[in-house]
Design a protein around this ligand. Sequence first.
Ligand code: KG4
Ligand code: ZN
Length: 355
Amino acid sequence: MTEEYIFAMETSCDETAVCIGKLNHAYQTFEVTHNIVRSQIAEHQEYGGVVPFLAARLHTKTLPPLIIRALQEVREQDNHFSLDYIAVTRGPGLEPALYTGVNQANVMGATSNAPVLGVNHLHGHIWSYLVPSEGQTVFLQEHDVPFLALVVSGGHTALVLVKNFGFYEVLGQTIDDAAGEAFDKVASMLGLGYPGGPIVSKRAAEGDPHRIDFPRPMSEKPGLDVSFSGLKTSVLYYIKEQGGVEHLSDTHINDICASFQQAVVDTLLIKVRKALKQYGVHKLVLGGGVAANPLLRQELETVAQEFDIPLRLPSSRVTADNALIIAVDAGLGRLYGHRGQETVEVDPNLRIEHT
Ligand code: KG4
Ligand code: ZN
């Protein structure tokens, strides 16, 4: 059989997502037939961040109708539809949230006899650059390994050497807060709401990145690890020195956002350059929610030019969490011979090196 359907689910954090598509082994393509994301941001906003048990409750409520609708639609489109493989994020993420997707996948697998492919959420972000900005066909054959992937999300920040599909080496990572988490915390200090990344980057676009000289943590230290906790504290002290957030003008808040964002991007870029000097790679790849940041995207372009390697950025369709990137990782897994299991297990602390 050269074609098979993959049904993918994502519930690791605050998006409930389902994707269905057809994997073609001969052409190495994944044809998306259905892709839907339901964000829970509005429900978590009043708590200033994602509440794990609320996330799980909302996934439990939202996921079954999404699955039923997706299956109905795909059956209407293709009367030869068969549920061949079920893919699901099994970690890392919020434990109660992950269980909703994984339980659903295991039950669907058992009742339909379809094998279940457990997916590492961060691998989904790594391969998200394969999804084109438009159209439904994802070409899975472009690998040119080894490459360097910068994975920046709300929960993770890591520089990963991708040696091949399934072979990942973490060269450096955050020793405390993730980049997205720092954006979220600074937004909260400035009273800008949740999630912080999109609003801070929007305000930063109006501000002066040179007004405040925030630290570039760990940049002098050897190795490829990063840290954002000290930077976050510097922003907090700065706001206090100004007499609190209520004494800041809109322009001043824009300048704080711009200066903070520049410090985050500079810190990441120092380590990306260092990694590129140490490791010969064929390309540079970006993935994760913070990949939506325009300054980071723009400055990585300069780095890639300096090193004369291509830069592959994820399209804005897939920077935030979704099930399409989970299907893409599962599809690659199938092309590499993965056969799936009867059931998969949740691992909230799943490491990048593991599947
Ligand atoms: O990958 P993701 O959707 O969820 C996790 O797997 O964690 O990442 C979410 C993170 C949040 O911290 C959010 O504030 C951040 O991505 N983010 C951004 C931007 N858009 C989203 N950070 C900086 N600039 C942005 N434009
Ligand atoms: Zn994510």
